[in-house]
Ligand binder design. Structure first.
Ligand code: UD1
Ligand code: UDP
Length: 373
């Protein structure tokens, strides 16, 4: 029987990492095989705190690196300078990172420098286009090439890793931990008969288009086009309510607040906590987003999602028929939203609930493999 606990260090920095690693942190803390240490890089501040508060978890270390309108170089170099001291202090057997942020890549590189094993959650997503999404495609490839254990959310992600020469016995298909998180949030919403903290039923009972956006490759013209499309749609469909929790990145805040503050059916709000966002998704008629996580959650909720990107590393939702790539051309966005608002048959085709991303047990599978390793 194992008496010495396996020491793990979970490093994360942004909102989606917090959402997708929260169920793993909760499970690992319940499991007597592990000593769990959590380090926030602080790449995001408010948007991670919201998520940690919702899941009732805390960090052991916080590098607090965030600066307003930070550069990729700032994020990478600050983590490379600050994280090694935490690794030295904790001396973990395994460092766990998630996905494709600059925190994931820089933390994996620090782990490599200290010759600590790396476990990569949400491994193997690819578009095969190094600038789309930018810089996530390269972040996840570099993280993958350093990692010792690869937790692929789907069979497609597994086959991507095998194509790149990763040994099969170092990969397991786990499902995506975002579904674990979604189930936790849905339980809390249903058990507490949750009501929105942002909107009264008069608004929520109307048709809702929920919007999110933050991708670096969409800065500039991309965001101007997205805003133009939303404004035109709000003018054309006055009864439809456009709800947009605006990402805190200044490159997003500036165009969105400048262009979309004029119409009473456009509701710009700060980012909301996970429970409120899942609630808003469940109330929405359709979703317009460039987010990775939203593409995984929306099919489970049966919400048609128009993906405002040219590529996606999550083609499973396209194949399931619940998501469609529309890019950032204003006419294309307007055309596709109009089709879903006006054509019941098209809407029905996209709105059946399908879930290609997991069964809510991904965190358990990850911990089983780590315990055996
Ligand atoms: C980051 C990730 C991206 C991920 C996204 C999720 C990188 C390079 N990018 O992009 O992969 O999809 O998070 O949201 O890793 N800010 C705040 N408070 C916060 C968070 C952000 O004020 O809580 C502002 C700051 O001015 C910050 C800026 O947003 O400098 C940009 O943050 P950053 O993490 O660099 O980029 P994101 O677009 O959030
Ligand atoms: N989300 C949230 N509050 C919001 C907007 C989004 O909790 O106001 C959640 C959403 O449910 C999803 C995640 O944030 O799980 C997506 O994060 P983001 O779009 O920032 O990053 P990406 O997934 O594109 O990396």
């Amino acid at each position: 029987m194992r008496t010495v606990k396996k020491k793990i260090l979970i490093v994360l920095g942004t909102r989606p990492e917090a959402i997708k690693l929260a169920p793993l942190i909760i499970e690992a803390k319940k499991n007597s095989a592990f000593e769990v240490n959590v380090c926030l890089t602080g790449q995001h501040q408010e948007m991670v705190r919201q998520i940690f508060d919702f899941f009732e978890i805390n960090e052991d270390y916080n590098l607090s690196i965030m600066r307003p309108n930070q550069t990729l170089g700032h994020i990478t170099s600050s983590i490379l300078c600050e994280l090694p001291a935490v690794i030295d202090k904790v001396n973990p057997e395994i460092i766990i990172v998630h996905g494709d942020t600059t925190t994931s890549f820089a933390a994996a590189l620090c782990a490599y420098y200290s010759k600590t094993k790396v476990a990569h959650v949400e491994a193997g997503l690819r578009t095969w286009n190094k600038y789309s999404p930018f810089p996530e495609e390269i972040n996840r490839k570099l993280t993958g090439s350093i990692s010792d254990f690869h937790f692929a959310p789907t069979n497609l992600a597994l086959s991507n890793l095998i194509k790149e020469g990763v040994p099969k016995d170092k990969i397991i298909v786990t499902g995506n931990t975002v579904i674990d998180a979604l189930f936790l949030a849905k339980n809390k919403i249903e058990n507490n008969k949750y009501e929105s903290i942002q909107f009264d039923p008069l608004i929520l009972n109307k048709q809702i288009v929920l919007i999110t956006g933050h991708r670096r490759e969409n800065f500039g013209d991309g965001f101007l086009n997205i805003c133009k499309a939303v404004r035109n749609l709000a003018i054309r469909y006055k009864e439809v309510q456009f709800i947009y929790p605006v990402h805190l990145n200044p490159n997003v805040q500036k165009p969105v607040y400048e262009i979309l503050n004029k119409d009473s059916n456009i509701h710009l709000i700060p980012p909301v906590d996970y429970k409120e966002f899942v609630f808003l998704m469940s109330k929405s008629y359709l979703i317009l987003s460039d987010s990775g996580g939203v593409q995984e959650e929306a099919p489970s909720l049966g919400k048609p999602t128009l993906v405002m990107r040219d590529t996606t590393e999550r083609p499973e939702a396209l194949k399931a028929g619940t998501a469609k790539l529309v890019g950032t051309d204003a006419n294309e966005i307007e055309k596709n939203v109009s089709i879903l608002l006006e054509n019941r048959d098209e809407y029905k085709k996209m709105s059946s609930a399908k879930n290609p991303y997991g069964d809510g047990l991904a965190s358990k599978r990850i911990l089983e493999m780590l315990e055996k390793s």
